[in-house]
Design a protein around this ligand. Structure first.
Ligand SMILES: N=C(N)NCCCC[C@H](N)C(=O)O
Ligand SMILES: O=C(O)CCC(=O)C(=O)O
Ligand SMILES: [Fe+2]
Length: 330
């Protein structure tokens, strides 16, 4: 359950990153301390920063730098990678094309998903069928992003092992039928410099992205240094900022983990308010369950919460498709 948290904790996950594959990881003191901190953060905020993750800082920065390079290109150039229903909702969307609760967001983005081959998940997978639409300019964009996705997938699996232990399950609770074959989403997002308020010349609070929850298990946010824009809602409804901590990721829980944990953890509402005089980039990686996984509260979690399932089951792919089909203005 979310609390009235006033800040978002920073967790050094290096013991977990070192021992994630050790059959005795659960008995390790260092891992146990990480698990305790993950549990507390997930219960209180549903958000936490991680350091000690072992993804090279140079790559984290390069990914943002190449995103800036792409968004700096002329509009006609960016449109060559345009997203549409025909591309499986993969590719470039211009500012105002993505909507959240009916209101256009002030961001542009490239959306990428794990590849879905023709017929792979039957009717369920049809809207997402396709391969990613990578821009050919900058030249090494695809290669860099694919390398980044692989590292984020590995890191997310490790963090989810810690979260599985935190919930009283086995470390592999979220593998096999839940996320043994994880779906992933990558959103490379650009937020234009804030518009100026009439007359006063002061930046307005632009809604870069309206209040929403993420859809899957775990999100890894790689945001530009020096600009505070991401905000997280606490139990009283106050918006708490998640300022960038250089070299770290902001992590948060998605809707599938809320269901799996039977509400012990929640997918916390968050939004992006942009009043920065400079352009901001965020590369958000979403670690999701198997596309066709039928998600239900875990027994271990139901037992801890009075024995009743608090949520109906959900099929992840169905949840994703229902969002994707209502996320665009057309
Ligand atoms: N794949 C994820 N989680 N994307 C998050 C984007 C949230 C905004 C979207 N327009 C919405 O209304 O959901
Ligand atoms: O720009 C950000 O910091 C977060 C974006 C976000 O919440 C999302 O894409 O789901
Ligand atoms: Fe989000």
């Amino acid at each position: 359950m979310a609390t009235d948290f006033q800040s978002i904790p920073l967790i050094d996950i290096s013991p977990l990153v070192d021992k994630w594959d050790d059959p005795n990881m659960a008995q390790d003191k260092g891992v146990a301390e990480v698990v305790r901190q993950l549990d507390q953060a997930c219960r209180e905020a549903g958000f936490f920063y991680v350091k000690g993750h072992n993804i090279p800082i140079s790559l984290i920065k390069e990914v943002r730098a190449i995103a800036h390079e792409f968004f700096d290109l002329p509009y006609e150039e960016k449109l060559k990678s345009k997203l549409s229903a025909a591309t499986g909702y993969r590719g470039y969307q211009h500012v105002g094309e993505n909507i959240t609760k009916g209101i256009p967001d002030r961001h542009e983005a490239i959306d990428c998903y794990r590849e879905v081959n023709h017929g792979m998940y039957g009717a369920l997978g049809e809207p997402m069928q396709g391969s990613n639409v990578w821009p050919s300019n900058p030249g090494n964009f695809k290669k860099l992003m694919e390398e980044y996705v692989n590292l984020c997938t590995d890191l997310s699996r490790k963090i989810m092992r810690g979260i599985a232990l935190a919930l009283g399950g086995s470390e592999v609770e979220f593998e096999e039928s839940i996320a043994g074959d994880p779906f992933w989403v990558l959103r490379i997002i650009g937020y234009p410099a804030a518009t100026l308020a009439n007359g006063e010349g002061m930046p307005k609070n632009d809604i870069g992205c309206g209040a929403h929850t993420d859809y899957g298990l775990l999100t890894l946010v790689n945001q530009d240094d020096g600009i505070t824009a991401l905000q997280v809602r606490n139990k009283s409804g106050e918006w708490i900022s998640a300022p960038p901590i250089p070299g770290s990721f902001v992590c948060n829980i998605g809707d599938m983990l809320k269901i799996l944990s039977n509400g012990i953890y929640e997918s916390t509402l968050h939004r992006v308010i942009n009043n920065s005089p400079t352009y901001r980039v965020c590369v958000a990686y979403f670690y999701e369950t198997n596309f066709d996984a039928a998600i239900e509260p875990l027994d271990a979690c139901v037992q801890q919460t009075g024995g009743m399932k608090r949520f109906e089951g959900a099929v992840y792919g169905k949840h994703l498709v229902s969002k994707v089909l209502t996320n665009f203005i057309y």
